[in-house]
Design a protein around this ligand. Structure first.
Ligand SMILES: Nc1ncnc2c1ncn2[C@@H]1O[C@H](COP(=O)(O)OP(=O)(O)O)[C@@H](O)[C@H]1O
Ligand SMILES: [Mg+2]
Length: 530
């Protein structure tokens, strides 16, 4: 379906500012539709040919619609739009016609000219017409509520013709709440309540005000309810601002554990401030749910924080034990465990600071990588580089992947660049014959690269070291480290790993991990179907 802007740009010569104003009307006119018990149709004159194009439509939530079909996009001329033509040409609200029939639905037509005020506050030209069409088939003797709604609707209709409705939008306010049906209060020019709908009366009762609202000074009442009789409260000031002809932002009143959202609108038909309209809505439940969610979020973060602390304690205990054992192999094994546990703690530390179950992974990789360089033999200094970015990863993927990278990085540093005496055990005959070749050997370096393609994360860990041992079984060979790597990659991560000698020497581990649901489904943090 075409948007208001598309239609207006295609068929009319309206300026961008005019179209913006029409957008603001369509953003705020549910209020007028509900108060009028009528459909509203926004018509713009099509250039030069006396026809009108409907660019927007809204149905009342308080009454049956006059149109079962959508009217947007219709271009109409002749007798059917004669009333629009009068409103457009004469710049006045037209309401003198007899009922018309749409099929078997009797309807009353009215037409409200739309003006956009000029920069110096003058009412400008008529740029469009709002058709207000009431379905009369259910017409009954109007109740007090209906009479009050209709009077207020007429004031707002006049303000559309004056160019003073809708009021400017406040930054960040996108909601049309509260609506008429949530609760409506009308004030006279002195700020005294002249009418309060039953829902409005109930909303104030929840805040602790049990008497009838009619006759109350609403600004004072708001101050009293908020327990702030001297200083003007926000919701009290908002009422006063509306009485002065301004349109303040929406405000909340908290009292007795209940919360009420208020929206105050000035009523100033023909430029005369005659009072204000205050829409109210009991949002206690909404706020309670908000608070529950915020607490739940904080709890999850707190748990990650504790898990991180506990893992760090475990790592510290293992480290203590490693210092005390005499057997070198046992010490090495314990030190490896320290690093494994510490790498998982890194993920939980990051999760404890994020707002959802997902982590910015690059920072974690960089920390694991720099920890790995510390295990390099004392005389070798290994450079670490990261190429590309991992992006944000769900917690589940992150925890497994950090362990995998920890093992691969440690292997690259430990086995790719062994200490000189170990290397001397198996000297390459060519190098031994030409010592200068050793001098010009490239600087030891490990590169971790990552990129995403087709919902997969591709990771490689490459070193320029001495390569895998001869006759190494890349599929099954290795000790605990590579066993952990394979189990995590093919199990938890449902991915693949390829361990091979690099093209220019050294070793390369290439991992592919599917992200299909892991990245989109950030709420559950699941990487795919279980
Ligand atoms: N980047 C590498 N460069 C050279 N050899 C490697 C590399 N990665 C793994 N290896 C070889 O694979 C073996 C198994 O590794 P791993 O399973 O992690 O056990 P560990 O590191 O305890 O020896 C290593 O001992 C080493 O011989
Ligand atoms: Mg290892």
């Amino acid at each position: 379906m075409s948007t208001l802007r598309d239609l207006a740009e295609e068929h009319t010569a309206l300026r961008p500012a005019d179209i913006d104003h029409l957008h603001r009307i369509a953003g705020d006119w549910q209020l007028l539709s509900d108060l009028s018990f009528a459909d509203l149709l926004l018509w713009v004159p099509v250039d030069g040919d006396g026809t009108f194009l409907c660019v927007a439509q809204v149905r009342p939530t308080t009454a049956p619609t006059a149109y079962l079909d959508d009217q947007v996009g219709r271009i109409v001329g002749g007798a059917e739009v004669a009333h629009l033509e009068v409103a457009h040409r004469q710049g006045r609200i037209w309401r003198e016609g007899d009922p018309v029939w749409y099929g078997d639905v009797p309807a009353r037509h009215e037409a409200i000219p739309v003006r956009l005020r000029t920069g110096d506050g003058e009412a400008g030209e008529v740029i469009a017409v709002v058709g207000r069409d009431t379905n009369l088939s259910t017409a009954r003797t109007p109740s007090q509520l209906e009479l009050n709604y209709l009077t207020t609707a007429d004031d707002l209709a006049q303000m559309i013709a004056d160019g003073t409705f809708p009021p400017p939008r406040h930054p960040g306010e996108t909601t049309s709440a509260p609506r008429v049906g949530d609760g409506l209060v009308r004030l006279d020019a002195n700020g005294k309540v002249t009418y309060a709908s039953p829902n409005a009366q109930s909303a104030y009762r929840r805040l602790g005000y049990a008497s009838h609202l009619v006759g109350e000074d609403l600004a004072k009442l708001h101050r009293r309810l908020a327990g702030d009789p001297l200083e003007g409260t926000d919701a009290g000031n908002a009422v006063l601002a509306a009485l002065r002809g301004e349109a303040p932002p929406r405000r909340e009143i908290d009292a007795r554990g209940a919360t009420m959202l208020t929206r105050a609108l000035p009523l100033m038909p023909a430029g005369v401030p005659i009072g204000a309209l205050v829409l109210v809505r009991d949002i206690t439940e909404v706020r309670r749910r908000d608070r529950a969610l915020i607490t739940k979020d904080a709890t999850i973060r707190e748990i990650h924080h504790r898990v991180k602390n506990n893992l760090q304690t475990v790592a510290a205990l293992l480290r203590l034990q490693a210092r005390r054992v005499a057997m070198p192999e046992a010490r090495v094994a314990l030190e490896e465990s320290v690093r494994r546990v510490a790498s998982i703690a890194l993920v939980h530390e990051t999760l404890s600071m994020s707002s959802d179950e997902a982590v910015e992974f690059d920072g974690i990789v960089d920390r694991v990588a720099s920890a790995a360089t510390e295990v390099a033999a004392t005389e070798v200094s290994v450079g670490m580089r990261r190429r590309g970015t991992f992006g944000v990863l769900p917690a589940e993927i992150a925890t497994s992947l950090v362990m995998v990278l920890n093992e691969l990085l440690l292997n690259a540093v430990e086995h790719g660049f062994p200490p000189a005496d170990e290397e001397a055990d198996a000297p390459s005959p060519a190098d031994a014959a030409r010592p200068e070749a050793v001098v010009s050997a490239p600087r030891p370096e490990v590169v971790v690269s990552a990129h995403r393609a087709r919902k997969q994360l591709h990771v490689t860990v490459t070193d320029n070291g001495r390569g895998l041992p001869e006759r190494f079984d890349a599929e099954r060979g290795g000790n605990l480290g590579l066993q952990i790597v394979r189990a995590l990659v093919t199990g938890e991560l449902r991915g693949t790993i390829d361990l091979r000698n690099g093209a220019d020497g050294g070793t390369e581990a290439a991992i592919v991990v599917p992200l299909a649901r892991g990245t989109t489904d950030r709420l559950t943090g699941r990487a795919g179907p279980p």
